[in-house]
Design a protein around this ligand. Structure first.
Ligand SMILES: C[S@@+](CC[C@H](N)C(=O)[O-])C[C@H]1O[C@@H](n2cnc3c(N)ncnc32)[C@H](O)[C@@H]1O
Length: 392
């Protein structure tokens, strides 16, 4: 087995607590793609063990700071702790859904596993995760007390190209599932684990949808960038008078309609397949007003260089969102760009308020649901900001 020796700068960085070590900070060392290797400082001092990537800029992902090699019991403990967190948050209902393993945020580099009822969907984002996939899946099945009928490997995420890995989408346990229905309290929704976004659903917004729904009671809701419409349908179930969902993806619009029917709110939910930016501009000009406006766009900044452009996008979008909220109503506005930090996002919301001539009060700046943990030594795990604003 090889080992990795860091430069002095690399050692200082590794000791700062961040679990990623960059290729430039390795003085010497060789390893196989995804291999678990011991990591040393420049004087041979043990710094821990890491999963190695031969092609990513993030060459090492530390899994332990101990000198001893992590064995089965170490990994089992990590998986057990991850599952326990979900259990504690009431996320293991048999027909429910949640992220069971959140990759690096749970100390399991690159390995994401989501659960939709008795179907598991995993996503490997690194060479290390590819190598450990079957082992971690075996541990997870040992720990989970709920039955698993099917496991789908949905490793088609774009980050795999940094790791020089092919994409794949395949059923690796059981039969390919037909329509998957998930229950979340009184809401039932459909998930397409093969072609839907992410592993099929935006699980990270589950708690924010619950918080937003009562804000619309008795009024009109605008759910922009709605995907399968769960902000809007949740609000309809809570008593919203009418819901307008805007989404450009055809398959999502079709699922949205089926979800609305399934939940008995189709008569109050309308879906328009459209470009939100254009539709919001037209609605602003027509001076439409909503009790609750939800803006949940895709990431506008995928790296630091894109932040300036993203600022223009977020300011413009939120200016329209504020204009469309009735005085005394609410704007729930999300950003899932890690590169837009929470303080940047609040600044953009302030600019949007000034430009729209409306006042806004931040009632809560929420993050992702607790099955998407925010690991404080890994700021990258805090990507979702969801602002709950009261609009004047
Ligand atoms: C972050 S997801 C929304 C998740 C959703 N709110 C939920 O809770 O499940 C963003 C959605 O915006 C859609 N989208 C992206 N650009 C769009 C545009 N210009 N107009 C309309 N929809 C767009 C994507 O297809 C995607 O479904």
């Amino acid at each position: 087995m090889g080992k990795m020796t860091l430069t002095g700068k690399g050692r200082r960085w590794a000791q700062s607590g961040h679990p990623w070590v960059y290729a430039d900070d390795i003085a010497e060392g060789k390893g196989e793609p995804g291999e678990l290797l011991p990591v040393e400082g420049p004087n041979g001092e043990a710094l821990g063990w890491a999963l190695f990537s031969t092609s990513s800029r993030i060459a090492l992902r530390m899994v332990t700071r101990e000198a001893d090699q992590p064995k089965r019991a170490f990994w089992l403990d990590l998986v057990e702790r991850a599952v326990e967190v979900r259990r504690r948050h009431g996320m293991l209902e048999p027909e429910g859904a949640c992220r069971l393993l959140a990759g690096d945020a749970d100390g399991l580099p690159g390995m994401v596993v989501d659960r939709y009822g008795d179907v598991l969907v995993l996503q490997c984002g690194t060479q290390g995760a590819d190598r450990m996939r079957d082992f971690l899946l075996e541990l997870l099945r040992e720990v989970l007390e709920i039955p698993v009928r099917t496991v789908v490997d949905r490793s088609d995420t774009s980050v795999r190209r940094f790791e020089n890995l092919e994409t794949r989408v395949e059923t690796i346990v059981g039969e390919p599932p037909e329509t998957i229905l998930v229950r979340e309290g009184n809401l039932q929704y459909e998930v397409d684990v093969f072609a839907g976004h992410k592993t099929g659903h935006y699980l990270d917004q589950s708690r924010n949808r619950l918080k937003a729904a009562p804000l619309a009671r008795g009024g009109r809701v605008l759910d922009a960038f709605s995907y399968d419409g769960l902000f809007g349908i949740r609000a309809a179930l809570e008593g919203a008078e009418r819901v307008l969902c805007l989404e450009q993806n055809e398959a999502s619009c079709a699922r949205l309609l089926r979800n609305a029917e399934r939940n008995g709110v189709a008569d109050r939910v309308e879906v328009r397949r459209t470009n939100c930016m254009r539709a919001l501009r037209a609605m602003t000009e027509e001076e439409e007003r909503f009790e609750l406006v939800v803006l949940d766009p895709p990431a506008f900044a995928r790296n630091r260089r894109e932040v300036a452009g993203a600022e223009r996008g977020y300011v413009e979008l939120n200016r329209r969102g504020l204009a469309l909220a009735r005085p005394g109503g609410s704007l729930v506005s999300a950003s899932c760009s890690y590169n837009v930090r929470p303080e940047d996002f609040v600044e953009f919301l302030g600019k949007a308020a000034r430009l729209s001539g409306r006042e806004a009060w931040m009632e809560e700046l929420a993050g992702a649901a607790p099955d998407h943990p925010y690991r404080v030594t890994l700021p990258e795990s805090h990507y979702l900001k969801c602002a709950f604003l009261r609009v004047g």
